[in-house]
Design a protein around this ligand. Structure first.
Ligand code: ADP
Length: 245
């Protein structure tokens, strides 16, 4: 048990390190991308070199994608505020509209217009984006993604919101369940980073919440990720400044 815990801590530390490195490489990465662009558009460029630059550009896009996925997590250091859950979900779904249209996926949202949560907008958006992209990736053509949110109370009687993102996709094999939230676990060879769920879990738990998953592989009964967040985290002022930071 203790060994397993140490392993989990080591993996989490590795993930944190990766996120820090991603943050550090972002500026030089942008410079290199610009330099490659300048070289590619230079009239003096010998045509024989163009293919190398094209390849370099493609590889750079991939590194930038990985860096961005982890970075969203660090970026929004604004203070928590009261946010409409319905508007937030709507905003995230708009970002993925094209991706959903490509697979003819419909979106079913049932969230009361009055439901609000006290949180940092960017960080909650990051969590939702990660869950929604995974749901889209897992969905077949003509799939349905449902998002539900409601008020509830936790074991201590504190008010919480439960927000569930459900798909009717391929489901998750039993043997993958224990690894889902570990950094770098991915089944999406080329496009996956395996950081989305790890980042989401960390963000939700830092805000005093939890995340859980229910899924069955094969039966097309899909997957449901549910996050539970305190409606208003009971924290001191200095913690408010650092909450979700
Ligand atoms: P990535 O999307 O880059 O692979 P994540 O950490 O977001 O990284 O997800 C890790 C893995 O969990 C995915 O590669 C996939 O195997 C599995 N997974 C996550 N969400 C779903 C889902 N809704 N349906 C099926 N599998 C999922």
């Amino acid at each position: 048990m203790e060994r397993a815990l140490r392993m989990t801590e080591k993996i989490a530390a590795a993930g944190r390190l990766a996120a820090t490195v991603a943050h550090e490489i972002n500026n030089p990465l942008e410079s290199i991308t610009n330099l490659v662009y300048l070289a590619k558009t230079s009239p003096e460029l010998p045509t024989s070199l163009m293919q190398y630059l094209e390849q370099a550009d493609q590889e750079l896009s991939r590194v930038a994608y990985i860096a961005r996925q982890t970075l969203g997590f660090y970026r929004d250091n604004s203070r928590p505020a009261w946010l409409s859950v319905s508007a937030l979900v709507e905003g995230v779904m708009t970002i993925y509209q094209r991706k959903m249209e490509n697979k003819n996926i419909s979106f079913d949202k049932r969230i009361s217009a009055e439901l609000e949560v006290f949180a940092v907008e960017g960080k909650l958006k990051q969590v939702l984006s990660n869950l929604v992209t995974n749901a889209i990736d897992a969905s077949d053509f003509d799939g349905v993604i449902s998002v539900r949110a409601r008020k509830s109370t936790d074991r201590k009687g504190q008010p919480v919101i439960c927000l569930a993102v459900a798909d009717r996709g391929e489901g998750i094999p039993k043997e993958h369940m224990a690894k889902l939230f570990a950094p770098f676990f991915t089944t999406k060879s080329e496009i996956g980073t395996g950081l989305g769920l790890w980042v989401s879990k960390d963000l939700v738990e830092t805000a005093g919440g939890s995340i859980r998953v229910r899924s069955r592989a094969g039966a097309k009964s899909g997957t449901v990720f549910t996050i539970t967040l305190p409606i208003e985290t009971q924290v001191t002022q200095s913690e408010v400044n650092n909450a979700w930071a």
